[in-house]
Every structure is written in C-alpha cells, then in structure tokens.
Design a protein around this ligand. Structure first.
Ligand SMILES: [Zn+2]
Length: 100
C-alpha cells in the first residue's frame, strides 16, 4: 500500500547566498555611513569610489577581480598615507622643507 516515500521534500531551496557585494561604504572623510559608492569600469579598468556627501573620491586601476571593497580599502590606505600627521616622533624627516 501506499508507502509514502518521502517525496515531500520540503521546499528547501538551497540557500543561495545572496551575496550582495557591498558597494557602499562609510566615508573616511566625513564619516557618513554608506555615502561612498563604488563603480568599477572593467572596460577602462578603472575603479572609483566617491562620497556623495563630501565629494571626496579616489580612483585606481581595476581588473576582473577587483571588488568594491578592495577599492575602498585602497582608498583608506591612501588616506592614511596622506594623513600621516606630522607626528612628533617621526624623526625620519628626510624632507623637512619649510616646516613652519
Ligand atoms: Zn564623505
């Protein structure tokens, strides 16, 4: 008699990880959350992140594997480089031009 085979597979869709890559980030300059958008142009091989609040932007080279987060972190890196404050104990002043 009707052996009910467990054909009642509960509709468990294989969890497709909706891997929505984050493409908005918070701005390192104005600190607005999600104000930074990333665009990657693989034709021109340029990736750009820009804050629509304070209009800061940064662009870099892009390739197939470039992800928004990469561009963003690169930007952060750059910012940190640029913002390296004139720390007092930064003895290595190889270029102390008019330090007023
Ligand atoms: Zn900003």
């Amino acid at each position: 008699m009707g052996k009910r085979k467990a054909s009642v597979r509960s509709k468990m869709e294989p969890k497709k990880k909706v891997q929505k890559l984050a493409t908005t980030f918070s701005c390192p300059f104005c600190n607005h959350a999600d104000s930074v958008d990333c665009t990657i142009d693989l034709k021109l091989r340029i990736a750009e992140v820009a804050c629509h609040v304070c209009k800061e932007s940064y662009s870099t080279k892009a390739h197939e594997l470039t992800e928004p987060i990469d561009v963003y972190s690169e930007w952060i890196d750059e910012c940190e480089k640029v913002n390296v404050p004139l720390s007092d104990d930064h003895r290595d002043s190889s270029h102390d031009d008019n330090f007023v």
